[in-house]
Design a binder for this molecule. Structure first.
Ligand SMILES: [Zn+2]
Length: 307
């Protein structure tokens, strides 16, 4: 979707787009999100409906992550287009400039869209050939310049508290699931929980993956010797990590451990949808955002003066 086309359509058409996508499961006809009643009154002047059953009023964004977002519909649709068109991710600063909104508004919007990208992946199971690996992100204990101030970085008290490992499970030709942990070894439990028993796991030579052999047919690749023998490799999970690294380095520079899982999810979504065109991506993300139940972590954020 082109930004130009979104602004050309104007608020009325943008709102109609929202309605069509939000109520797609009822042929684009509004229904009450509270009780499901399908014949609400439309209050034209307020672009709202009133339910005949439970008498509650609702708008096209009620119950979605955009509830009480004060941005224009064109701005929201444009934000989604900017977000999906940026293959390496987009910083809140950049989005704020492009949309001419406050930095904080753009920052919340970006996080909400990342949340929408992760919706529905909680009960996804992987099968077939599945690669696993971990990647250290963030944290840095700066060596001091003067010798007497130098810290022993091997000591645990000097290890940076911000350092995390992103663990990725990637089904070949399928989905990518990501987890943020303090150690790579924690990935074993995620594999056991999310990879079907009859799958083949592919991992590198790190000792903690040895456990996988007890549960799955497992191949190993020793990266100090070679990167692939054609079958035993972790190339697909590696390309996920290079996307994540490029995203963090190129756009965000620093990611706090608190938000790392959202950036990991975003990189996974982008990797898994890399062959879709921009319009299809825009529709996919808009649909996910409007189907999404009200954001738990971000609920109420707009009201706190963000818009
Ligand atoms: Zn109702």
């Amino acid at each position: 979707m082109k930004i130009k086309d979104i602004f050309k359509m104007g608020e009325e058409k943008a709102w109609e787009q929202f309605v069509a996508i939000r109520f797609a499961d009822n042929n684009g006809e509004a229904y009450c999100p509270a009780c499901g009643c399908v014949e609400p009154y439309f209050i034209t002047t307020r672009r709202k409906w009133k339910c005949r059953g439970c008498h509650k009023q609702f708008s096209v964004t009620s119950g979605t992550i955009f509830a009480s977002c004060k941005l224009d519909f064109t701005d929201i649709l444009a934000a989604i287009a900017l977000f999906v068109n940026a293959a390496k991710g987009i910083s809140a600063l950049q989005m704020a400039r492009d949309l001419d909104v406050q930095h904080k508004t753009a920052w919340v919007m970006c996080h909400k869209l990342r949340e929408a990208m992760g919706m529905g992946s909680d009960d996804v199971m992987l099968s077939g050939d599945v690669e696993i690996d971990g990647c250290h992100v963030g944290g840095h204990v700066r060596p001091e310049n003067r010798k007497e101030d130098r810290k022993d970085r091997r000591l645990s008290e000097n290890k940076d508290a911000d350092r995390r490992v992103v663990i990725a499970l990637r089904e070949r030709q399928g989905r990518t699931l990501t987890f943020v942990e303090k150690t790579e070894a924690a990935g074993v439990q995620h594999a056991l929980a999310r990879v079907e028993p009859n799958s083949v796991m592919h991992a590198d030579e790190a000792a903690h993956w040895d456990t996988l052999h007890a549960y799955y047919t497992t191949t190993r690749i020793n990266h100090s010797e070679q990167y692939s023998d054609g079958y035993a490799c972790t190339n697909q999970v590696e390309s996920y990590f290079s996307r994540l690294r490029r995203m963090i380095r190129g756009q965000h520079h620093h990611v706090s451990p608190q938000h790392l899982h959202q950036y990991s999810t975003e990189a996974g979504w982008r990797e898994d949808t890399r062959r879709m065109d921009n319009k299809a991506l825009w529709e996919k993300l808009t649909g996910a955002a409007l189907m999404a139940p009200v954001s738990r972590s971000w609920a109420g954020y707009w009201q706190r003066g963000a818009a």
